[in-house]
Design a protein around this ligand. Structure first.
Ligand code: NAP
Length: 472
């Protein structure tokens, strides 16, 4: 029962124990208490009570709390990275990179807290002054996925606290330990009790519905699948609730015939294999000029087939486990279906035996109508399609309801920029395999989401604008 589970500050959970599993061997890492629906309702009350005092703090004070959180997170990065690797399955190098990235959101928003500017000008008619100020939106519900358990939490908590909002955080149930560690760290950074509360309901649907129905919740910030995002948007519409949605991706990776192939393959490895392919930004479809497609596939296969797969914490391992057997089996089923539709396997493609949620690095060559190209694979699978022109690459890249990020490799910057301008994506990487940056706006076109996180836009997801008309 819950009496055997470890208690965490800021965690409201009185329900039965929930085992957090190490996906590399199926063992239990720790048992935490689950939150009941009543706990979730209470978490909203706690956030609502804490809001007025927290919103009234000077921006500098809130900024310094976030700065302290950045420093603590940096000082404790190794133990946090090991925790992320253990509960998520990713390799330690990726977990370390995630903690560095996650901490940077606290640093960036510690700086943004004191830079919220308004507007003050004479109306064109001259009859009044237009004054625009910004105020915290209020209690915010933050829901995060398992693939970046640290960074997806700090990318929301950072701007929320900088803006003066109080929050309830619901992490993914595969990876709640990282969220609990971050909330403990925030308390040590001086964030007052009640400003951040974590809930861990085993059945998220009813618990989240109950919180969304509470009139004191003013904002929903969700990162996860488009399927769940769509459902939450429907619920949020009942109360015309403000929402930010960071949803799924299906990123095209375009290699034009004048690209430096070594660079393109190195970028492909980064864009494909960071987090073992479990990233919304992961390159999911490779469109390569026909004249270089065979050579690109050969070099990619050489690199991917040499990767050492194993438990993420082990030395020398380059490809870790997926987060669960269920997620691993989704990857395997997608590859099996693609092969039955004619895909050719250049490396990988087989589901290993054993308790760990492993899937090998896989390269496929296939035709442009193969169904795997319509799915977010979320694993180490690179499907390569040959294309005959830049226009074909653009048309195929855009032929999806997703529009998070696209990658373009070319030796001609003008040509790459022209392709970038035609891509329907919120982010485009030119001759780079990773461009995520806390100082840049992250978000998607089409069904990849609504709103932007990070950059100058991120804090505004947690602020209301107020226009005051006055004759001065
Ligand atoms: P998911 O299944 O949509 O889950 C995300 C979060 O929503 C989890 O906390 C989950 O809780 C919760 N949830 C699930 N069903 C719910 C419901 N009916 N009502 C309320 N909450 C619910 O996504 P995931 O598998 O964890 O993450 C992978 C997806 O996230 C991919 O599609 C990926 O592209 C996307 N993603 C997007 C971004 C971005 O910035 N655009 C970043 C990272 C990931 P439980 O864990 O308890 O089920």
């Amino acid at each position: 029962m819950s009496t055997q589970t470890r208690q965490y500050a800021g965690h409201l959970a009185s329900g039965p124990p929930h085992d957090v599993i190490d996906p590399s061997d199926g063992s239990s890492i720790e048992s935490i208490a689950a939150s009941t629906e009543a706990d979730c309702a209470d978490a909203v009350s706690i956030a609502a009570e804490a809001f007025p005092a927290f919103a009234a703090l000077a921006p500098r004070v809130r900024g310094e709390m976030l700065r302290k959180a950045y420093e603590l997170m940096t000082a404790e990065s190794e133990s946090l990275a090991r925790l992320v690797s253990r509960e998520n399955g990713k390799i330690l190098a990726d977990a370390r990179a995630e903690i560095g990235y996650a901490a940077e959101f606290f640093r960036w928003f510690s700086e943004e807290a004191v830079r919220v500017s308004g507007d003050f000008r004479l109306a064109p008619s001259g009859d009044k002054t237009i004054v625009v100020t910004h105020e915290p939106v209020g209690v915010s519900l933050l829901i995060t996925p398992w693939n970046f358990p640290a960074a997806m939490a700090t990318r929301k908590i950072g701007p929320a606290l900088a803006a003066g909002c109080t929050v309830v955080l619901k992490p993914a149930m595969e990876t709640p330990l990282t969220a609990l560690a971050i909330v403990d760290l925030l308390a040590r950074a001086g964030v007052p009790a009640g400003v951040v509360t974590v809930v861990t309901p085993v059945a998220p649907g009813p618990a989240v519905s109950r919180m969304l129905g509470d009139r004191r919740v003013r904002n929903l910030s969700f990162t996860g699948s488009t399927e769940v995002g769509r459902m939450l948007l429907k619920q949020a519409s009942d109360r015309v609730l403000r929402t930010s949605m960071e949803l799924g991706g299906n990123a095209p990776f375009i290699v034009l015939d004048d690209a430096d192939l070594d660079d393109a393959v190195a970028g492909a490895i980064l864009a494909k294999l960071r987090n073992g392919g479990a990233a919304c930004t992961a390159a999911n479809r490779f469109y390569v000029s026909r004249s270089i497609a065979d050579e690109f596939s050969r070099r990619l296969t050489e690199r991917m087939s040499a990767l050492r797969m194993g438990p993420g914490l082990n030395d020398g391992v380059e490809l870790g486990a997926s987060v669960s057997i269920r997620e691993r089996d989704k990857i395997a089923d997608l590859v099996d279906a693609s092969v039955s539709h004619g895909a050719r396997v250049l490396t990988g493609g087989t589901r290993p035996e054993g308790a760990g949620a492993f899937y090998p690095a896989t390269v496929l060559t296939l035709e442009a109508d193969n169904p795997i190209l319509g799915e977010e694979v979320f694993g180490p699978v690179a499907p390569v399609v040959a294309v005959d022109s830049d226009d074909e690459a653009i048309a195929r890249a855009n032929a999806t309801e997703f529009g998070l990020i696209s990658y373009v490799y070319s030796g001609d910057l003008g040509r790459a920029m022209s392709v970038a301008r035609h891509l329907e994506a919120g982010m485009v990487a030119i001759n780079k395999g990773v461009i995520s940056d806390p100082a840049a706006p992250f978000g998607g076109y089409k069904q990849s989401g609504l709103g932007r996180e990070g950059g100058f836009a991120g804090i505004h997801e947690f602020l209301e604008s107020k226009y005051i008309g006055v004759t001065i």
